[in-house]
Design a protein around this ligand. Sequence first.
Ligand code: LLP
Length: 417
Amino acid sequence: MDHFKYKNGHLYAEDVPVEKIANDFGTPLYIYSYATLIRHFKAYEESFKSIKHLTCYALKANSNSTIVKIASKEGCGADVVSGGELYKALKNGISPKKIVYAGVGKTKDEIAFAINKGILMFNVESLDELLQINDVAKSLKKQAPIALRINPDIDPQTHPYISTGLKKHKFGIPIEDALEHFKIAQSLANTKVLGIHMHIGSQLTNVLPFVDALKRILKLKYDLKNLGIEIDYLDIGGGIGINYNDEKPPHPSELSNHILPMLKNLDITLILEPGRSIVGNAGILVTKTLYLKKGDGKEFIIVDAAMNDLIRPSIYGAYHRIEPVKKTKRNTILADVVGPVCESGDFLAKDREIKKVNKGELIAVMSAGAYGFSMASNYNSRPRPAEVLVKGDNNYLIRKRETFRDLIKGEIIPDFI
Ligand code: LLP
């Protein structure tokens, strides 16, 4: 996280004081560091350069057009999960031939859109969906490239809401049904089997679940070969965690050190779908203290950012470090940092020891670049925050703050009212 650092007691985003950016654009405000993004994209490229690979940035982590365009310029493809994400990936210059499309509920229209654009492959999550893709492709007189997403039944040892590779989860095809499903896929006239996909979960802080899952997938690849089904792409999903507090997530090179030996002598292209590890620590959320209030044994620091801006603490109990934008030598207090939304679950930090802050002062919610803005909503009719990208000593507004007018965009009041 070294591009958000203190200089003379002031928090900087690269070479720009956070306070200056907040004064220029208001709060709450997302600020991203360009240098951090580039470092993370390059870490993947560097770690996997010895084999054929494609890094498909997972747009769900943060699909701001500027960030997607940076991914595109760094040579990445995209992992998309909706027609909207596919649109944004294409619009920002990602070649369709570098786009993989996952998600358990693709609609007919979304499938047709992706086939017409010529994406690299669908990561298919069920037999029903496979048949639907075949039908849509037939009606378009095309062949749809597919991988089957296999659920390897591996516990990724992460938060239950963001683990996806166990039998009980809705994702993918159970590994014991995989051969049968591949045989069916192979027999369909309008689908072409290209790959195997897996994604076992998010915020993984250990590489072993990847290794265990990959072992199962490689055994499947071997069994498929014996059936005459060749696999060109192995897509191992995303999931590498980041340091929110004191986790020690693996660097992409640690993942590559573990898995590249397993892929030796295989003529495949490896696909990776990182989201959080690219953008999570490249972003912070800056918010202003509105009020202070004494609670029962703790204080409430009421700030102008809320669960609608960053929902991770509310729904996963996620921990985000809270740092003052200007360091002080004040005492530490026990506090909840809460937003203005009318929900008890509206907090950014709970029972946290933090340095006392005064009304009007700015604080930064760290590691907020992934699943921050992308999960933001207008709940309580709150306009969503602005987003700024910093590069060196320059900063650029990459999304305007929403206005009240934006809140009623698209709403229609029938004449009789
Ligand atoms: N590929 C697939 C198929 C996925 O489902 C995901 C994330 C990714 C790639 C990217 O995973 P990452 O590298 O970011 O871990 N909202 C939650 C995270 C949900 C992740 C969903 N899938 C959070 O805020 O923690």
